[in-house]
Ligand binder design. Structure first.
Ligand code: SF4
Length: 387
């Protein structure tokens, strides 16, 4: 697995397959392709795809393409880009040497205020620090008004970087990092082949915080399975209590068929938690968060309870109440909420009182004969479609 740049001709503006939900309005700049680790048992995203580092000059060219596109939108079209017909637009882009793909991204970014940039793919921090600085400098030079530059990073990679390097990156504009903690339990981390220990997670997280960079740590409810759910919850809370990240984000486990964990699940070596068990795990997890000021976000479509959000410590009791409310619902009300949520109709527990939405859910439950014995099977099908 080389961390060297690929030798290849520039083939145009490029973007990777994913970004965090919170980066929906960001300009995506791809500096590496895929994941340099790519071994986590639960992760489907880059399986079968080779990792590579894009040549630095290609990344810089991509940024130039966006900068040229923005100038064109401002100077030539006075910001009225949607009034231009396609033939004129193609001619203008061709004359200016702008890749249409870059132009489309620039238009979207322009229309959402050009406030943030996200560096792709799974672990941009694997790039040598001096190369990252070149990318950050280029962004700062071309887009001085950008308020946030974010990247995904593996804890193991940050663990190997020095605090001074992290401070340097912060000073040059990298002000938010997303790390997949997934679990703070060494047992779970090992089983899931995460390639990092709890101690390394803590050290890496603390380094990011100390450098003054905002930190999102992703916790994965369900990853411990029925066997290790409690250790998973308590150890994760303990790791996060030591890190005190800016954000703790939930991303509930789903198991698509192209992951090694799917085989484990099908052969019953891994026993997947039910929605109810995951709610109990979340209760245990939140009860064990202590002495920190993180913001909890439940901003992933796979999460059962999106309203489980708040600022610690003041909203801790509110979040505990929400989980208990779900756990204490009568069985048929739980079923209605679970199905409505997975259909994308409900965001909050209270949404199930919406007469129209509730009727739609009840109809589906009758039509497909969903009941307590088959609800998990149905939910697994819904969740695999969301990935
Ligand atoms: S490090 Fe992240 S992207 Fe890479 S395999 Fe693990 S979860 Fe997937």
């Amino acid at each position: 697995m080389s961390e060297e740049e690929e030798q290849e001709p520039y083939s145009g503006f490029e973007q990777g397959p994913i970004r965090p939900p919170s980066e929906a309005f960001s300009l995506l700049i791809r500096i590496t392709r895929n994941c340099p680790w790519n071994r986590c048992s639960f992760c489907p995203v880059y399986k079968g795809s080779r990792f590579s580092i894009r040549p630095l000059e290609h990344v810089l060219k991509d940024i130039e393409q966006i900068a040229k596109s923005i100038s064109l939108i401002n100077l030539r079209f006075g910001g009225e880009i949607y009034a231009i017909n396609e033939i004129t637009l193609n001619r203008v882009l061709n004359d200016a040497g702008i890749d249409p793909q870059a132009f489309i991204c620039a238009v979207n970014w322009y229309s959402t205020g050009m406030r943030s940039v996200f560096l792709q793919d799974a672990n941009s921090l694997v790039l040598p620090t001096e190369k990252l600085l070149c990318v950050l400098n280029k962004l700062a030079h071309n887009f001085p008004n950008v308020q946030r530059i974010t990247s995904y990073a593996r804890a193991q990679t940050i663990y190997k970087k020095s605090l001074d390097e992290m401070i340097l990156l912060k000073e040059h504009g990298l002000n938010r990092i997303h790390i997949g903690l997934e679990s703070g339990s060494d047992v779970v981390l090992k089983i899931m082949k995460k390639g990092v220990t709890k101690e390394q997670h803590i050290e890496a997280g603390k380094k990011v915080v100390e450098a003054g960079i905002e930190l999102s740590e992703y916790y994965m409810p369900g990853l411990g399975g029925q066997k290790f759910w409690k250790e998973h919850a308590i150890e994760s809370a303990d790791a996060l209590n030591q890190i005190n990240p800016t954000f703790i984000r939930f991303r509930t486990l789903a198991i698509p068929s192209n992951t090694p964990l799917y085989e484990e699940w099908q052969s019953s070596h891994f026993k997947k938690c039910t929605d109810l068990e995951i709610a109990q795990e979340l209760l245990c997890f939140i009860e064990h968060l202590d002495g920190i000021t993180s913001i909890i976000k439940s901003d992933h479509i796979l999460n059962l309870l999106p309203e489980l959000e708040g600022q610690l410590p003041e909203d801790k009791e509110k979040m505990i109440t929400i989980i208990n409310e779900f756990l204490n619902l009568p069985q048929d009300e739980k079923l209605i909420f679970q199905i409505g949520r997975r259909m994308g109709l409900f965001e909050k527990l209270y949404d199930r009182m919406d007469f129209k939405k509730r009727s739609v859910v009840q109809q589906i439950i009758r039509q497909y004969d969903i009941h307590n014995d088959n609800v998990e099977e149905v939910i697994n099908q819904f969740m695999s479609r969301m990935l």
